[in-house]
Design a protein around this ligand. Structure first.
Ligand code: FAQ
Length: 311
């Protein structure tokens, strides 16, 4: 009966075991999981654009090869995550439709422009750094296919983060102009990176239920604090200043204190009013339309294969 199934589900979660596609699960869990996985997948796909913007203008063959590989990894993460959403009964075309019609979200961070090549390094350092901080605990998320996807994705994200840091180290050892570019990119990306972790805990409608279901393992504010603590020494090693006069070690808490985040800005970016929202969506829609012939050809090919198999 339904209540037996429900009890079995709760016990599986209680024992810290994984929920698998074959298992019964409550509709709310399915909806939340599809929402989070789809948003995550959309973020990877839209997230190709800000860095992709620099592929043709990379300063050397080596930098171009690295950047090309990274952006391809992001495409791979997106496709991998869409597949994880499919195990919950989501339809891939429908998810894409929801993204390009603005009914499903993607991370706020990808709505900021990439103005110089230093942005590529800072995205690797701060944006991939924040992504890792958020995603490592998701390797223990209760939904099996998502948790397993996170293991592989985190390995690649770690590599991306080192890539960004190495690029910034090189620039910091270069000319004054290069150092200024790194500082400027850091100034622009610091606060938006902190916003990647989501609204503060007292304004996060999904956290309590997602923690109870062990989809999320930490709250938004816990992970944001972890990221700040991890990043301050990295900024010092790099020789850049984080643009927050209130940033200071708090010996009593054993953490860095930091300044007030502009939550109105996050709300505005999430609701479509960020600096690049319209551009990112237009680009994604165009790419989808341009790819229509590929989808048609693949479907036709599959149809012929099936016909041949029957014959
Ligand atoms: N941007 O109640 P909560 C990457 C939404 S990393 C946009 O706290 P939740 C790698 C939230 O979805 C980026 N929307 O929600 C990469 C919810 O929407 P609803 C992707 C945001 O789910 C690097 C509403 O606000 N990573 O792509 C944001 O419990 C470089 C209320 O918020 C992931 O998706 C935001 N910043 O916690 C790629 C990680 N924050 O209910 C390329 C997995 C919140 O209206 C280049 N996701 N919202 O549908 C998560 O861990 C969670 O979903 C959170 C939000 C923590 C993002």
């Amino acid at each position: 009966s339904e209540s037996d199934l429900e009890r079995h589900f709760e016990e599986t979660i209680g024992r810290d075991q994984r929920i698998e596609p074959r298992d019964w699960l409550p509709e709310g869990y399915r909806k939340t999981m599809i929402r989070q996985i789809a948003q995550h997948a959309h973020s990877e796909i839209i997230g190709m654009q800000p860095e992709g913007n620099w592929i043709t203008r990379a300063p050397s063959l080596r930098r171009k090869a690295i950047l090309l590989a990274k952006v391809q990894d992001e495409a791979g993460h997106g496709l991998y995550l869409y597949s994880a959403a499919e195990t919950l009964g989501a339809d891939r075309d429908e998810l894409t439709e929801k993204l390009i019609s603005g009914r499903q979200k993607y991370s706020s961070i990808f709505n900021y422009p990439t103005l110089t090549f230093a942005d590529v390094g800072v995205i690797g350092w701060l944006v991939d750094g924040a992504a890792i901080c958020n995603q490592v605990p998701l390797c223990r998320s209760s939904y099996g296919p998502y948790a397993r996807a996170m293991i592989r994705i985190c390995k690649e994200e770690s590599f991306h983060q080192r890539q960004g840091y190495e690029l910034l180290m090189t620039m910091m050892n270069g000319t004054q102009q290069q150092r200024d570019m790194v500082q400027d990119a850091t100034n622009r990306f610091w606060w938006p990176s902190l916003m990647m972790f989501g609204p503060p805990d007292d304004d996060s409608p999904n956290t309590a239920q997602s923690m109870a279901w062990k989809i999320k393992r930490h709250t938004n504010d816990e992970l944001r604090q972890r990221f700040v603590d991890m990043t301050v020494p990295q900024a010092e090693a790099l020789g850049v200043t984080l643009p927050d006069p209130d940033l200071a070690w708090n010996a009593e808490r054993g953490h860095y204190d930091f300044g007030r985040i502009d939550w109105a800005e996050l709300k505005q970016v999430i609701s479509g009013g960020g600096p690049c929202n319209a551009e990112r969506m237009a680009r994604r829609r165009q790419a989808h339309e341009d790819g229509a012939w590929v989808r048609e050809a693949a479907a036709e090919h599959a149809r012929k294969q099936r016909e041949r198999a029957v014959a």
